[in-house]
Design a protein around this ligand. Structure first.
Ligand SMILES: [Zn+2]
Ligand SMILES: [Zn+2]
Length: 70
């Protein structure tokens, strides 16, 4: 699989549209919740919803009409 944008080897797939993207073109949506110090004073971050996003598609909140394919 190659990147949708530049043709380099893809590193992941957009969760919204399925496009394959390389590391350079991948976008993510991290939601850092909290930072804390773990063992040995190592900073750790609690993160949720780190979804891979291609940055190109527009996830729609509702289905759209497509009469032309009917
Ligand atoms: Zn790329
Ligand atoms: Zn996408």
């Amino acid at each position: 699989m190659e990147c949708w944008f530049c043709g380099k080897p893809a590193r992941g797939i957009c969760v919204f549209c399925g496009r394959a993207v390389c590391k350079d073109h991948a976008r993510r949506m991290p939601h850092p919740l909290a930072m804390f110090l773990g063992k040995g004073q190592v900073p750790k971050m609690v993160v949720v919803a780190d979804a891979l996003f291609c940055g190109e598609c527009r996830p729609q909140p509702e289905p759209i009409e497509m009469p032309e394919i009917y």
